[in-house]
Ligand binder design. Structure first.
Ligand code: SUG
Length: 451
């Protein structure tokens, strides 16, 4: 495949707008933050505003920014499918009394973490010259398994133009094909418009394999799922590298690769314990990339696995600047860990690599559920023509930011405890808010209650 490099291609970060039911339910086994903050009172309004502030400041700094809407929660349809009958209030009160864990799951605002929404292949890498999307099945947890149907509809509504965009079915929602989307996928290339190599990181192999797997916490991505996505998108062996995540990292709370590594352009910033076979992974990338790989390795002596998990140093956004330098957008928690902050100053900023700036963002509401700056965004590299073909009003500008901020202030509560989730008023408030949101974003009827 030899195609001209398109200089108009840039990475658009589509951040998930935090939904009105954001809360701390301790739903994610193996995600240390989620497990340890269970029961805390959340502030959905602050969470959404923190997300919007991050989007706005990156837009103001010149990075292309998009937005993905939250989903309909509580998912009363899911409760009805599990046998709860009656009107909405009755379904909610019965679920609260008989199966509180199910109620918590159907209320999760987990769609904010759009790095798990889908895997995306830019058009420059696809044989048919289109951008390819596969929504992640997220079958590892019930609360996230509820996401892909609506995610597929939203992506289909935004990337509707069939001349530019191709959509693939969600993989079978069964453990052999456990898929968590772009959080376990990194595209490495020279410029964004140049052909790239796709690094897929998996936690376990479903069929065969040597059985070296995490023992404490689940591996959420299988090799077979990653291979199937690459196949759907028509990627060849020359364009792909499949690497196993280090099982010890998963057992320390690294439930996705994006909690221990981040790449952009030719740069791969990673922890010593990111990959089971570190050298083999780097060699495979070097052998396939058309441009020299720039690995930036953080040794365990500099940042322990516990510090990496607590600070989310690697769940940062690595952004390319027009002059070839890169900016790292880190969560505020990185400032609170001395070893991590020292590593950022002495190792990363002072080191021989393109990272010249560190920007600190407060996304604490999301962080307490295990979602840093990188979890909150889905990267889609788009040419100018593809950006023009995006449907709806989902590319951020000042007007949209202002409207979304006002919308959040109008509709969101500033405190939400797990005990509030059965309140029928919360369900009503959410539907009213989402109905208005689809109008603001000009997306049409993407939610079950609108159909
Ligand atoms: O799947 N947390 C999410 C966090 C996802 C972060 N994404 C990436 N690393 N890309 C998860 O574990 C917690 C919800 C709760 O406990 O209420 C949750 O689902």
């Amino acid at each position: 495949m030899s195609r001209e490099t398109d200089p108009s291609v840039c990475e658009v970060n589509f951040d998930g707008l935090v939904g009105p039911t954001h809360n701390y339910s301790g739903l994610a086994h193996g995600n240390v933050a989620s497990m340890s903050h269970e029961g805390l009172v959340a502030n959905p309004r602050e969470a959404a505003l923190q997300g919007l502030e991050k989007m706005k400041s990156l837009m103001d700094a010149g990075y292309a920014q998009g937005v993905l809407p939250p989903q309909q929660r509580p998912d009363l349809g899911a409760l009805r499918a599990l046998g709860f009958t009656g009107d909405d209030a009755r379904v909610l009160s019965r679920a609260a009394a008989e199966a509180p864990q199910l109620l918590r799951a159907v209320c999760s605002a987990s769609t904010m973490w759009t790095a798990n929404a889908a895997t995306v292949t830019p058009s420059v890498d696809a044989a048919d010259g289109r951008v390819h999307f596969t929504p992640a099945n997220l079958q590892s947890s019930f609360h996230r398994y509820l996401e892909p149907a609506t995610t597929g509809r939203v992506l289909g509504a935004m990337f509707r133009d069939e001349r530019c965009f191709a959509h693939h079915p969600v993989l079978p929602a069964t453990p052999a094909f456990a898929d968590e989307g772009a959080a376990n996928h990194t595209r490495l290339a020279g410029e964004h418009g140049e052909p790239g190599v796709h690094l897929y990181v998996y936690g376990r192999q479903a069929f065969g394999g040597d059985g070296v797997e995490p023992r404490r916490f689940p591996a959420r991505q299988t090799l077979e799922a990653s291979q199937a996505v690459a196949r759907q998108h028509g990627l060849s062996e020359a364009q792909t590298v499949f690497a196993q995540q280090h099982p010890e990292a998963i057992d320390a709370g690294v439930f996705h690769n994006d909690v221990i590594a981040v790449g952009n352009g030719p740069v791969l910033l990673y922890h010593e314990y990111a990959f089971r076979d570190e050298q083999g992974t780097l060699e495979a990338l070097r052998a396939k990339m058309a441009t020299p790989l720039i690995p930036v390795r953080v040794p365990v002596e500099a940042v322990s696995l516990d510090d990496a998990v607590a600070s989310y140093l690697f769940n940062s956004q690595l952004l390319s600047n027009p002059d070839g330098t890169m900016t790292l957008v880190v969560p505020g928690e990185c400032q609170e860990r001395e070893a991590v902050w020292r590593c950022l100053q002495d190792h990363l900023l002072a080191g021989n690599n393109p990272i010249t700036e560190v920007v600190v963002k407060d996304v604490k509401q999301s962080m307490r559920n295990g979602g840093g700056p990188a979890c909150l965004r889905l990267r889609v590299a788009l040419s100018a023509a593809e950006r023009a073909a995006v449907s709806g009003r989902v590319l951020l500008d000042d007007a949209l930011h202002g409207e979304l901020t006002a919308w959040v202030r109008r509709h969101y509560r500033d405190r939400l405890a797990p005990a509030d989730l059965s309140d029928p008023a919360l369900a009503h408030e959410t539907l009213a808010a989402l109905d208005e949101l689809t109008g603001i974003l000009e997306l049409g009827s993407v939610y079950p209650f609108q159909r």
